[in-house]
Design a protein. Structure first.
Length: 115
C-alpha cells in the first residue's frame, strides 16, 4: 500500500467517524431535548453535517472517476433541503401554536409540565 493510498484510507476513516459521531449526537438530541423546536434544531444541524461527511467519504473512496459526482450532488441536495424542511416544520408547529419550552420552571407554554 502506497503512502497516498494509506492517506486516502485514513481520510475515509476520519470522515466516516465524524459522520457517525454527528448522526449519534443528532439521535441523542432527538431523544433528550424537551420540545419540537429544540429537537428539530438538533436533528437538522447534526444529521446534515454527519450525512455530508459520510457522502464526502464516499467521494474520497471512489475517486474522481467513479460515483463521486453523485455523492457531491447529494451533499448539495442535503444542504438545500434539510434547512428548508426544518424551516417548514418549525413554521407549521408555530402556526399550530405548539408551545416553546420554558426554562425557568420546566413547563411548556401552556403551564403543563413536560415529560
Amino acid at each position: 500500500m502506497t503512502s497516498l493510498a494509506f492517506a486516502l484510507r485514513l481520510v475515509e476513516i476520519v470522515l466516516v467517524t465524524i459522520g457517525c459521531f454527528f448522526l449519534t449526537v443528532g439521535t441523542i438530541g432527538l431523544i433528550r431535548l424537551p420540545d419540537v423546536y429544540n429537537r428539530l434544531h438538533a436533528t437538522t444541524k447534526s444529521t446534515t453535517l454527519g450525512a455530508a461527511s459520510i457522502f464526502l467519504a464516499g467521494a474520497v473512496h471512489f475517486g474522481p472517476f467513479g460515483p463521486d459526482i453523485p455523492s457531491l450532488v447529494g451533499i448539495v441536495f442535503l444542504f438545500i433541503t434539510a434547512p428548508t424542511g426544518a424551516h417548514m416544520i418549525s413554521r407549521s408547529a408555530r402556526k399550530m401554536d405548539v408551545p416553546f419550552f420554558d426554562v425557568e420552571d420546566g413547563k411548556n407554554g401552556k403551564g403543563e409540565r413536560e415529560r
